[in-house]
Design a protein around this ligand. Structure first.
Ligand SMILES: Nc1nc2c(c(=O)[nH]1)N[C@H]1C(S)=C(S)[C@@H](COP(=O)(O)OP(=O)(O)OC[C@H]3O[C@@H](n4cnc5c(=O)[nH]c(N)nc54)[C@H](O)[C@@H]3O)O[C@H]1N2
Ligand SMILES: Nc1nc2c(c(=O)[nH]1)N[C@H]1C(S)=C(S)[C@@H](COP(=O)(O)OP(=O)(O)OC[C@H]3O[C@@H](n4cnc5c(=O)[nH]c(N)nc54)[C@H](O)[C@@H]3O)O[C@H]1N2
Ligand SMILES: [Mo]
Length: 758
């Protein structure tokens, strides 16, 4: 089987002039047309009004927090697309599955699958059958429970979670799973900010960011590493805009000149709509892929040189002496690094680095932001610890206007981890579960995403259950993962929309359709935690897409009742009253005391954050630790390229909203490879030509066919493709040291012309 994600007619691909600014009139119009087309005017206006408002629902788009003084429309273009995707009027009823076999559906593109609408009924694929057919909820839970109980060992079951699941559903889900007897709780975090969690916990004693939105109003300098906020966290641009207008300096570190970080027009800034937008980035450091360790060492070398001239004024010695350990070693390491190797590995000139380091040297309050551009490399943990080293040398931790800001992805991915969705839980957490819920939780750590795929491949993972997400398309090595999934006895997907993971299944498969964020859930609210540790309510208000849907908490309760019939937890009562679930959380997880009361305050409440609140670092030595990392050798062999896989402006992870990447000027197609002009010339390639991409790793060759070459402003030997089309090239055994995050941003590839072999 050669994996090929089906596409729309690729010959229609179009490349146009690049957009020069994010936001503004086109963004607003585009957001409205998307919403209106799919949802219908009444529904869309009422849903847009309720996004991210007190008493409304949390936008399923991203985890960026809401400002205290919310504007009437605290939404963005891509938030509107996320709503439209969920609030669509199209439906996938049982007759749809009578019409299409799974083989026919597997030939449809991701975009087409999304357009078919919301899933309405529980469905099952019987062993050997070609079509899904209806199953009652009751039968579905019985089948799942009996497959789980038939396993020789609970560790043969794998329970995945994506990051939209509410705190209430997540807490119950992990409780049920641990009562069943396994810690096999891989989640999307494993492919996302796991590297941030590992790096930060070791360096500063917390796996979460240490800044609030208010800090953006006070920072002198904001570093944005490996992130494309204009597309993926558009509301962040509002914070950046006001920072830039106050005179704060913004330094962007990215192989691409992403439009959002370059210039931005706020949709609500009417007087600016016709202008040229706020210049956001003071300086762009256009680095090579994976040049961040080198670059950050260069920035710190610049600081040390400035410190020599201006002794004692550049580094924060008081902070370093009182709160940190490891600065001496880090400084010695930086002194040893030559400018030659720094510039070679980063791809940025010494002048550029010195210029940026002068801005940093002068700044007293620095925020370091980052996203997937740092977390998805082999040396990802090192990338992040280097950024933390820089912040710590400047004392930019635990004071207003300064700190670390890993910008999260899924809207409740941070909350899910807080609730115990983790394959490697702490003993203190498990002890609390045991004490409160009459259980003996398993202590052996479970599988993360990569290990889960390997376990299924080896026949050790036999039942796969997914609470949301699209495991097959989001994970690396699509062909390998597809084969692994087909070896299981049963795959179960709790989903709102049809996706590729419903089409590559175990011997049997079940789809459990659930309510989305926007929908009314018996008049109840759920709670979520944003990227800055604020826990707040989310209340859906739209009518459910179908009368047969159940909420995620109810699905867990009903399965738990079947799976754990003798259990002491009154699963039946919980689905009717989420306050009771929150009481369970309140007595189990620190920071959630008086949960029900605190979360009813407008805007919710902040979880404790020792580094931010009191410069307290819960590390093994009670200090903030600086770590030396070797300079990764990111030289690229001749005729090879380092490939990153990124998101277009028209997708949410594996959900394809449309076929445009407007800010990058690419239309009507996703199977493209962005290349440097000179690399194209050397490889004798022209714009629009089709190439096959190959990655060879540990002796295994992986290929994908027919990608269109697009000339782009990208450093030499760096190339970019879109996720998930290029995922078959990411080797299952290529992941970050320690966090095991797949290296989705550094895949070594070669190219051949598609037609040359015919
Ligand atoms: N509309 C929309 N919003 C989203 C999502 C979505 O798909 N669509 N996804 C959500 C999720 S789950 C997440 S995790 C976030 C993802 O948000 P991002 O991390 O912004 O997403 P990516 O598209 O992966 O972009 C990575 C950025 O890093 C840069 N980059 C790649 N390699 C390197 C490198 O080696 N060094 C540096 N310095 N930069 C590099 C790329 O050029 C790109 O700008 O967004 C969330 N929000
Ligand atoms: N090559 C490459 N691969 C990557 C990445 C990359 O940058 N490059 N990024 C990685 C990252 S950062 C992440 S976070 C993962 C994302 O991995 P996932 O979270 O697994 O993927 P999504 O595409 O967000 O999942 C979309 C599906 O979730 C379901 N869904 C939507 N809303 C709900 C809901 O409210 N409840 C339930 N139960 N289901 C719902 C719908 O059926 C939809 O089809 O992908 C990773 N994969
Ligand atoms: Mo993510």
């Amino acid at each position: 089987m050669k994996w090929k994600t089906p596409q729309e007619k690729p010959e229609d691909i179009e490349v146009s002039e690049l957009s020069t600014k994010a936001g503004g009139i086109p963004a607003v119009l585009s957001s409205l047309s998307h919403t209106f087309k799919k949802v219908g005017p009444l529904n869309s206006i009422s849903s847009l009004r309720k996004i991210n408002q007190v008493g409304g629902f949390d936008c399923p788009g991203c985890a960026w927090p809401e400002p205290k003084n919310r504007s009437v429309a605290e939404f963005c273009e891509n938030g509107a697309k996320a709503i439209a995707e969920e609030a669509t009027k199209a439906r996938i009823t049982p007759s749809f599955f009578q019409k299409y076999s799974i083989n026919e559906l597997a030939k449809k593109s991701d975009y087409w699958l999304g357009l078919q609408g919301r899933l309405t009924h529980p469905m099952q694929l019987k062993e050997g059958s070609s079509h899904y057919e209806m199953i009652s909820w009751e039968e579905a839970f019985k089948t799942i429970a009996s497959e789980l109980k038939a396993l020789d060992d609970p560790n043969e079951a794998i329970f995945y979670t994506s990051g939209r699941t509410s705190n209430e559903a997540a807490f119950l889900y992990q409780l049920m799973i641990r009562k069943f007897g396994t810690n096999n709780l891989p989640d999307c975090s494993n492919m996302c900010h796991e590297s941030s969690g590992v790096a930060m916990t070791e360096s500063i004693g917390i796996g979460k960011g240490t800044v609030t939105l208010e800090d953006f109003d006070l920072a002198d300098c904001i570093l944005i590493y490996g992130q494309n906020p204009g597309t993926n966290h558009p509301r962040m641009l509002t914070s950046l805009q006001s920072a830039a207008r106050r005179g704060a300096k913004i330094i962007t570190i990215n192989p691409l000149k992403e439009v959002g970080t370059d210039r931005f027009i706020h949709p609500k800034d009417v007087h600016l709509l016709l202008g040229s937008g706020t210049k956001l980035t003071t300086q762009l450091l256009q680095i090579r892929i994976n040049g961040d360790v080198a670059l950050t060492k260069g920035l710190m070398k610049g600081l040390l040189e400035a410190e020599e001239k201006d002794s004692g004024k550049v580094l924060d010695h008081e902070f370093i002496n009182s709160y940190t350990e490891g600065s001496y070693e880090v400084i010695e390491d930086i002194k040893k690094q030559s400018w030659d190797s720094i510039t070679k590995h980063s791809g940025v000139s010494k002048d550029e680095i010195i210029k940026a380091s002068k801005i940093i040297a002068k700044s007293k309050r620095i925020i370091g932001c980052w996203a997937m551009g740092l977390t998805q490399h082999r040396n990802a943990v090192g990338n992040i610890q280097e950024v933390l080293n820089l912040l710590l040398l400047k004392g930019s931790m635990g004071k207003p206007g300064a700190g670390a800001c890993p910008v999260r992805g899924h809207s409740n991915v941070q909350g899910d981890r807080t609730m115990g969705i983790w394959e490697a839980p702490k003993n203190s957490f498990l002890d609390q579960l045991d004490k409160n819920f009459q259980m003996k939780s398993p202590r052996e750590h479970g599988y993360n995403v990569v290990q889960a795929i390997e376990a299924m491949s080896e026949g050790k993972g036999k039942v796969f259950f997914a609470m949301g997400g699209n495991f097959l398309s989001a994970t690396p090595d699509t062909e390998f993962t597809a084969k692994a999934l087909t070896k299981t006895r049963l795959t179960v997907q709790v989903s709102t929309k049809l996706n590729r993971s419903h089409l590559v299944t175990g011997k049997k498969a079940i789809i459990l359709p659930c309510l989305g964020r926007t929908e009314r859930d018996l008049g109840q609210f759920v709670t979520v935690e944003n990227s800055m540790g604020i826990v707040h309510q989310s209340t859906g208000h739209l009518k459910a897409a179908s009368n047969f849907l159940k909420s995620e908490p109810e699905i867990v309760c009903l399965l738990a009742k079947e799976l754990l019939p003798e259990d002491s937890v009154k699963w039946d009562n919980l689905k009717m009253d989420y306050d009771e679930i929150r009481e369970m959380i309140a007595k189990t997880i620190p920071g959630f005391e008086n949960y029900n009361k605190k979360v009813r305050e407008p805007g919710g409440f902040s979880l404790p954050n020792p580094p931010r609140d009191e410069r307290r670092f819960e590390t093994i030595n009670g200090k903030a630790n600086l770590f030396v990392h070797p300079m990764p050798d990111n030289s690229v062999p001749k005729d090879h390229y380092m490939m990153m896989t990124i998101r277009t402006h028209d997708q949410f992870n594996t959900t394809v909203y449309g076929l445009e990447d407007r800010y990058r000027g690419i239309k009507l197609g996703r199977r493209v490879i962005l290349m440097n002009k000179e690399d194209m010339r050397d490889a004798d390639l022209t714009q629009g030509q089709q190439v096959d991409l190959h990655s060879k790793f540990n002796g295994v060759l992986r290929s994908v066919e027919r990608f269109f070459v697009v000339e782009y402003d990208i450093p030499r030997s760096s190339v970019a493709t879109y996720f998930p089309e290029a995922n078959p090239l990411i080797p299952i055994d290529s992941y970050a040291l320690r966090s095991m995050t797949p290296t989705s941003k550094s895949v070594l590839i070669s190219l051949t012309k598609s037609d040359s072999k015919v």
